[in-house]
Design a protein around this ligand. Structure first.
Ligand code: AHR
Length: 498
């Protein structure tokens, strides 16, 4: 395999790495909350009912922001059912199960405090009203004025929760969403909701459910653009809502070449509407794999629509394909660091998440390690890089065969120390990639090389083999004049410090 050249220029800073691209999303779905994070009956839980092993692993990847409570769930959720001393169960019309409401706003805030993470609340723009949303802001952010702040205080929370991030709605553009809206309805509704929420607390940052569609955004931004800080978009590239026939490694590598389409389209939409540079993008739900929840809109027997959700928990589903896809996604967030300021992995715990819980402990899936390597390893400045003479490998596609580039990369710099830290992804399923690294400032000493490769492209972790896929230190490089020749293992994510 011929050499690939990667040229980096530490002196050419092109952006800042916003830590919020390593954000998280948890939803009242299956066992993410109840029986996952929040499990009062478990001997592994703390005094607040949170699984201590989940908190410990989650804290290690420093979650900067957590979005909650949905997702589809939120579009028929009434937050007032989830606060106060008496919690009445409600029927969750999105996922058609009973929700005890034991986990509500105050429990979510307590979770964020334990994780030192910013709470991000997504409101009900489906069956909810603008007033209900602004009441939620009163409950969380007013000191003591009005009934809702007083209700919070009566629950023992004297100090405001100070929730900074608020989204109006979740995917209300989708016909299947509770309270779906037309583009015309959406613009007006967001404007009225934003007006009321900002009157309660002008300091909040507002998001609105969006999609890479010109018509949707023209109406949204014409009506509510002046109130918005963020557009919320979502992405699941291997969708398996109905069947669970997950795509193989090679197909997932092809998906990595299709992430940018949505980003570019949204950038152009913001440009044409005059909001580029004023409104940023929050990719506040993303995952290679769509969640599995078949038959939810028509099945009668829970065995046909609730039980199949257990298939999301099969650890063998989450392999190096997930890890490499996530690495490429996060590299793209750096390339578009002027536009993308937040991204939330969907979800973080259980379902297709980073961490899976079972009664005796947790499993760290391969993508958890990508978050660890990136969140804790890369620099705060994004610097310019160029891949020259990239090689491609062929994968099957709708058009027969498509070439997928071997190498994906991102380059960063630690402003305080000048250290350069780069991410290198070798997408090839079988071959080592020879990469000749050329740094414009002549640096060529590798201080640290951490690699996540697993024993095979389909390697995964499970409760009997928790460390089959884990980061290891490598040194398979040679200095050659002013360059460094690296041998990247197949199907690997690599972080190198220079
Ligand atoms: O499959 C889960 C759903 O995906 C989330 O609830 C929703 O926001 C997205 O469509």
């Amino acid at each position: 395999m011929k050499e690939i050249q990667l040229i980096i220029d530490p002196a050419r800073v092109i952006g800042r790495r916003d830590p919020r691209i390593y954000g998280h999303f948890i939803e009242h779905f299956h066992n993410q909350i109840y029986g996952g994070i929040f499990h009062p009956d478990s001997p592994l839980s703390d005094e607040n009912g949170f699984r201590k092993d989940v908190l410990e692993a989650w804290k290690r990847i420093k979650p900067p922001v957590i979005r909650w409570p949905g997702g589809c769930f939120v579009s028929a959720y009434h937050w007032k059912d989830g606060v106060g001393p008496e919690r009445q169960p409600h029927f969750d019309k999105a996922w058609r199960v009973e929700d005890s409401n034991a986990f509500g706003t105050d429990e979510f805030i307590a979770l964020c405090r334990k994780l030192e993470s910013e709470p991000y609340i997504c409101t009900n723009a489906g069956t909810g009203t603008s007033e209900e949303m602004s009441d939620w802001v009163e409950y969380c952010n007013l000191r003591k004025e009005g009934k809702w702040a007083k209700l919070r205080i009566s629950g023992g929370h004297e100090e405001p929760h100070r929730v900074r991030y608020w989204s109006i709605g979740n995917e209300n553009y989708l016909p299947g969403e509770m309270g779906a809206k037309t583009a015309e309805e959406w613009g007006r509704f967001v404007k009225e909701s934003a007006k009321m929420m900002k009157r309660v607390d002008p300091s909040i940052e507002l998001f609105a459910a969006s999609v890479a569609d010109l018509n949707w955004n023209v109406h949204l931004l014409k009506e509510a653009g002046p109130y918005l800080n963020w557009l919320s978009i979502h992405g699941y590239w291997d969708p398996h809502w109905q069947n669970n026939n997950l795509s193989d490694y090679e197909a997932c590598m092809l998906y990595t070449t299709r992430i940018e389409e949505q980003i570019e389209k949204t950038r152009h939409i913001l440009g044409v509407t005059g909001y580029l540079g004023k409104i940023r993008v929050a990719f506040d739900e993303w995952n290679l794999r769509g969640w599995h929840h078949p038959n939810v809109d028509h099945a009668v027997d829970p065995a046909d629509y609730v039980d199949p959700r257990n298939l999301n928990d099969l650890d063998e589903s989450y392999t190096m394909a997930d890890a490499l896809f996530s690495a490429c996604f996060l590299n793209l967030c750096l390339k578009h660091s002027d536009l993308i300021g937040m991204a939330n992995y969907a979800p973080s715990i259980n379902t297709r998440g980073l961490i899976r819980t079972h009664e005796d402990g947790i499993v760290l899936r391969p993508t958890y390690h990508v978050f660890d390597m990136y969140r804790n390893g890369l620099g705060d400045q994004v610097i310019d890089h160029w891949i020259r003479d990239d090689a491609v490998f062929e994968v099957a596609s709708e058009s027969g065969k498509t070439g997928v580039p071997l190498l994906d990369a991102a380059a960063t710099r630690v402003e305080a120390t000048g250290e350069v830290v780069i991410s290198l992804v070798n997408r090839h399923p079988d071959n080592t990639a020879a990469v000749r690294l050329v740094s414009r400032d002549g640096r060529r000493s590798v201080n640290r090389w951490t690699a996540l490769a697993g024993g095979s492209k389909d390697a995964f972790n499970d409760r009997d083999h928790p460390d089959r896929v884990k980061p290891v230190s490598l040194a398979d490089y040679t200095v050659d004049g002013d360059t460094v020749l690296l041998q990247l293992p197949p199907h690997s994510v690599n972080i190198l410090s220079l």
